[in-house]
Design a protein around this ligand. Structure first.
Ligand SMILES: [Fe+2]
Length: 401
């Protein structure tokens, strides 16, 4: 493998580029990109992998983005007119090639696995066919079990861990295995509550709670949630969970066939909806910038925010007609409450449920008797960082950044 310089153009600073041939494929690199991403030790910290050069302040972008590009050994070398020299190995160039698109190599080795969506039937098939969602607390520190737990949370949006001691300490231990506990005004560590209305929220009652995600009134919504039932001496209180990634697929399918569902999809993914938490005067939270379904550039779900109890009455100045917003919300509500689309099960002391609060809706049926539930909110970023480190070593990741 050798680098061949095929073409280069010099005109205005940001437009300058060099085209190289590597492994019979052509790759174009803009000189501004090469200067910004110079791998030399003056420009790049070898241990922190942070950029040391600041092209926006350190150089004159109009004058200094020009130089002589040559091949020396297996390196592409840019001898900049201001005296600086940048070197790029073939491996680096292949790893970072961004254009033309058809030649770009996807670093699949360091991609997290695809998410797997589920409806009730698919959930039941998964449960019957394999060992999914059957993790044992006594093995949570084994790498293989840990990997399954993290995989299940990432791929399916939830996991279950059995044989957990029925205690706050064990709940904290499992929480901290998965991520960092996210403190809130409700609690700063593992929360522990009964239906005593100690906080002014329906979670602290014995009432049924509809399908929802938590913390829609926060900018920093909890990434994951963990539940552990410590005691229940009555009836009811069953949990329901629903995969919104699956619901989004259903909505897209309908939108492909029916124009009115196209509008529903657009409203659900674009119209911001306001949520609030106003039960306590010193803790009033309002967030109004996000749609119910936040999606990425490919239309895949980033985050669902939904809790009809916490939705405010404000619909002033909406882009879409209010009646259409209600039609879209009603359709979403119908889908998430369709018995084909959710699973329902009782929580039990000794079993911990962990779920992705950005993807999986949860609900609770009404109950009677004394019920004590504990759990935690967990940060999403730390879960993802730990997950990456379980799947790949640092060197593998660093090649992809
Ligand atoms: Fe909740």
């Amino acid at each position: 493998m050798t680098i061949q310089i095929v073409d280069s153009v010099e005109n205005r600073s940001f437009d300058n580029y060099v085209t190289i041939k590597l492994n019979d494929s052509l790759y174009l690199f803009h000189l501004v990109y090469l200067r910004d991403n110079c791998t030399g030790k003056e420009s790049f910290h070898g241990e922190t992998h942070q950029r040391l050069i600041d092209i926006f302040n350190d150089i004159d972008l109009e004058k200094d983005l020009n130089g002589t590009v040559v091949v020396e050994g297996d390196e592409l070398v840019v001898k900049w007119f201001d005296g600086h020299i940048s070197r790029f190995t073939e491996r680096w160039l292949l790893n970072h090639a961004y254009y033309p698109e058809k030649n770009v190599i996807n670093n699949k080795a360091v991609k997290l696995p695809n998410r797997i969506t589920w409806c009730k039937q698919e959930f039941n098939e998964l449960k019957q066919a394999s060992d999914h969602f059957k993790n044992d607390y006594n093995h949570i520190n084994d790498d293989s079990t840990k990997k399954i737990i993290f995989n299940e949370i990432y791929q399916y949006g939830f996991t279950l861990i059995d044989n957990v001691p029925v205690s706050l300490d064990a709940t904290k231990e499992v929480s901290e295995l998965i991520s960092i506990i996210r403190p809130t005004h409700y609690d700063t560590g593992v929360w522990d509550f009964t239906s005593d209305l100690s906080k002014k929220d329906t979670a602290y009652t014995s009432l049924a709670i509809d399908m929802h995600t938590d913390g829609n009134y926060w900018y920093e919504t909890p990434g994951l949630q963990l539940f552990h039932l410590l005691l229940h001496d009555g009836q009811g209180g069953e949990t329901r969970i629903c995969d919104v990634a699956h619901i989004l697929k259903l909505i897209k399918d309908k939108a492909n066939e029916d124009e009115s569902w196209q509008e529903t999809l657009e409203i659900l993914t674009k119209q911001p909806i306001e949520f609030h938490q106003s039960g306590e005067s010193e803790n009033v939270f309002i967030e109004n910038r996000y749609p119910i379904l936040q999606v990425d550039k490919d239309g895949e779900l980033i985050q669902c925010r939904w809790n009809t109890s916490d939705r405010t009455s404000m619909l002033k100045g909406t882009k879409y007609p209010v009646n259409e917003i209600y039609r879209a919300m009603a359709r979403f509500n119908d889908l998430i409450n369709d018995t084909d689309n959710y699973v329902r099960f009782p929580l039990a002391p000794g079993t911990i449920l962990v779920f992705d609060n950005w993807r999986v809706l949860h609900a609770r049926t009404a109950f009677n008797g004394k019920r004590r539930l504990c759990g935690s909110y967990l940060t999403r970023d730390d879960f993802l960082a730990r997950y990456r480190s379980l799947l790949f070593n640092r060197e593998q990741w660093l090649e992809s950044v």
